[in-house]
Design a protein around this ligand. Structure first.
Ligand code: NAP
Ligand code: ZN
Length: 334
């Protein structure tokens, strides 16, 4: 039976209905009936071939919640009828040093859910059950789907790089950023939101930001100088990174999760004198993903979403491109 999906047929193209024959169900595979799929900005990078890896037809989508409707004979851990989620990663070798350490997101043979294989802008998907996560009952599917990529991507570095007394800043209050504010607040941090969108202030404060700084306000940026232990960038663009380093306290870290193009241009002496750290972080391991879901359920952390039918995928993508999503567009087959 073919799977109905939406695909870009060329770089930057609008998505069109697309049908494909799924591979045979492997022993560890499940087939999910997709109910919801978030639109992460990485889907847009893929459509636009920003990373020069895209192959077309390209079915984006890697913030998936759905119900298990078929399962191979060796599947354990999830059963037919379970509500589960899938994020950016759909496989790894499960044998190398990194996989054995439980850091399979660092595996050189990692497989991405919608790179070189069809993703979640579809009615269904087949993939390895070992990269599928039960969704806690208290999380609604539309609010949980964005946790599977956006959520774990910010949870992982915040969990590693903050302490309860930390002062943490988030640049970009979009899909990832609005989740980062919530997690950092729940960890006990004093949170500063940095934005280009003044209209996000009330929601950012509701989500847990103590300070709200519009980055174009030079006075506010000056007042924020030397205030943060961790600054997490979630933006999609290149910024003046040496200028942003000035908001760090001594020993502070600037960590990139947003896929900004270009290089950093940070002076060695500035790093040395502040004992600063530059860091990057990518999604999270399977264990951290499970932990993040449990933590989110316990603390009532959920994506703020705009839910639209899958058939309106192009309009939804356009809202993300225009930075008008509040705060994650989620497609539904419901
Ligand atoms: P998003 O929802 O579009 O949010 C990005 C935010 O960046 C916007 O809401 C905006 O926030 C800010 N921004 C946009 N244009 C800007 C500009 N010209 N100057 C300054 N700020 C600007 O995107 P997302 O889904 O959160 O993804 C963000 C990035 O993370 C993407 O590059 C994505 O590929 C990457 N990502 C990385 C990982 C990983 O594992 N490291 C995982 C998922 C996604 P304000 O309106 O508040 O300014
Ligand atoms: Zn993503």
């Amino acid at each position: 039976m073919p799977i109905h999906a939406f695909a870009a047929l060329a770089q930057g193209a609008a998505l069109t209905p697309h049908r494909y024959e799924p591979p045979a169900l492997g022993p560890f595979d499940v087939e999910l009936a997709i109910s919801h799929c978030g639109i992460c900005h990485s889907d847009i990078h893929l459509i636009d071939n920003d990373w020069a890896t895209s192959q077309y037809p390209l079915v984006p989508g890697h913030e998936i919640v759905g119900m298990v409707r078929r399962a191979g004979p060796d599947v354990t851990g999830v059963s037919i009828g379970d509500r589960v989620g899938v994020g950016w990663q759909a496989g790894s070798c499960l044998a190398c040093e990194w996989c054995e350490r439980g850091e399979e997101h660092c595996c050189p043979k990692q497989v991405a859910t919608c790179v070189g294989r069809p993703g979640g802008f579809a009615e269904a998907i087949r993939l390895d059950s070992r990269f599928v996560y039960p969704v806690p009952a208290s999380l609604a599917s539309e609010n949980a789907a964005p946790l599977l990529c956006g959520g774990v991507t910010v949870y992982s570095p915040l969990a590693r790089m903050t302490r309860p007394a930390s002062r943490a800043g988030v640049i970009g209050i979009g899909g990832l950023g609005h989740l980062a504010v919530q997690f950092a607040r729940a960890f006990g941090c004093e949170v500063t939101a940095f934005t280009t969108s003044p209209d996000k202030e009330a929601e950012a404060r509701r989500l847990g930001a103590r300070h709200f700084v519009v980055a174009s306000d030079a006075g506010a940026m000056d007042r924020a100088a030397h205030s943060l232990d961790l600054l997490l960038s979630t933006v999609t663009v290149a910024l003046d990174w040496p200028a942003w380093m000035k908001v760090l306290r001594p020993r502070g870290t600037l960590c990139f999760v947003g896929a900004s193009p270009g290089t950093l241009g940070v002076a060695t002496a500035a790093l040395m004198i502040g004992e600063h750290t530059l860091a990057g972080s990518v999604i999270g391991s399977r264990a951290v993903t499970r932990e993040m879901l449990e933590f989110a359920a316990r603390h009532g952390i959920a994506a703020r979403t705009e839910v639209v039918p899958m058939a309106q995928v192009n309009a939804a993508i356009e809202r993300v491109r225009q930075n008008r999503a509040r705060y994650r567009m989620v497609l539904t087959n419901g």
